[in-house]
Design a protein around this ligand. Structure first.
Ligand code: TRP
Length: 324
């Protein structure tokens, strides 16, 4: 069975974009892969944050993932900071990384622009090195990520090759696995931007209150005209709602156009609202039943399993690098 590793940062509550862009794919992959699913709490620390919030969002993410179908019998769910071997390898890979290649990362450029007034932490620069360590310490075959992470993964592959050249063949070169769903979910209040927590009005959190979800869908930006037609250039708002409806119902865009032919935007939104609650009703029920004790127990289990694999690899790494 091929091994997968991927990580999600606990920096906000799970929204529709996270789910269809990534989580649903992991839920499918766990059926025939050995999945290591990591809550990337150390990566969440690379920008200013509140400790209480990080702790809360770590549990929140774990309980959301479990409610949405991550099966702890199949997937090893764990906290990044619970496996010290990541940090050991991170340091070793840091010395193999060139400043030039780190400065070149899009995410570094974006984040350092955003934080230039208050100061850009070195963690932002080293971010992809830790990410490479996350992957390589498990010798993962496959890494599912969003398109925005491809550059980081290419660096991880490069660091694996460089390490192997210098110290002998220890690492597999991990494959990048992109979600086959190609349509991105855009923000409900600005369909030209990706749905994200940085724009809360347009962000549909899966476990938000019924009232909030209804309101946000009702308020979603539509376009001039009154046709329900897929045309992302001229009708980005309606096209985005169609993509959401497509994911929720499994209907094709053509079928959706037919279904709503002659009907108005308001009717369409009502249908999206019911499709949303139908799709997520089980998950929302499960989420209400999650307890902190249960989550804690699973994370402890995950910690044990992840450490076992990571430590075994670390031993080999220490040996070939001359540390042991
Ligand atoms: N940087 C990733 C993101 O923002 C999260 C992440 C951390 C990750 N470590 C990883 C993803 C290792 C894949 C593999 O989405």
């Amino acid at each position: 069975m091929k091994r997968i590793l991927t990580g999600i940062k606990p920096t906000g509550k799970v929204h529709l974009g996270n789910y269809f862009g990534m989580i649903r794919e992991i839920v499918k992959l766990q059926e025939n892969h050995q999945v290591f699913l990591m809550i990337a709490d150390l990566h969440a620390q690379t920008v200013p944050y509140k400790p209480k919030e990080l702790r809360f969002l770590t549990y929140e993410l774990a309980s959301s993932l479990l409610s949405l179908g991550i099966n702890p019998k199949k997937t090893i769910l764990f906290r990044q900071s619970d496996v010290p071997a990541h940090l050991y390898l991170y340091w070793i890979l840091g010395s193999l990384s060139y400043l030039g290649e780190l400065y070149r990362m899009h995410e570094f450029k974006e984040q350092s622009e955003r934080y230039k007034k208050i100061g850009v932490g070195a963690g932002i620069l080293m971010y992809p090195v830790l990410q490479a360590a996350d992957i390589l310490i498990y010798n993962a075959d496959l890494v599912p990520v969003g398109r925005d992470q491809v550059q980081h993964l290419e660096l991880a592959r490069e660091l694996a090759r460089r390490f192997n050249q210098r110290f002998g063949k220890i690492f597999k070169i991990p494959e990048i696995h992109l979600n086959p769903e190609t349509e991105k979910i855009m923000s409900l209040d600005n369909p030209l931007k990706k749905m994200s927590k940085s724009s809360p009005e347009g962000c549909l959190e899966i476990f938000a209150s019924e009232k909030e979800i209804k309101e946000k869908i009702k308020k979603a930006i539509t376009d001039s005209g009154d046709e329900i037609k897929y045309d992302p250039i001229n009708k980005p708002g309606i096209s985005n709602l169609m993509v959401i409806y497509k994911y929720l119902t499994n209907k094709s865009l053509a079928e959706i156009e037919k279904e709503f032919y002659g009907l108005g935007y308001a009717d369409f939104k009502e249908k999206i609202i019911s499709a949303f609650f139908e799709y997520f009703s089980e998950a929302r029920k499960r989420k209400k039943k999650m307890t902190k004790i249960y989550i804690e127990r699973l994370l402890t289990q995950g910690k044990r399993k992840a450490n076992k694999v990571a430590e075994e690899n670390l031993k080999k790494i220490l040996k070939v690098t001359g540390l042991k």
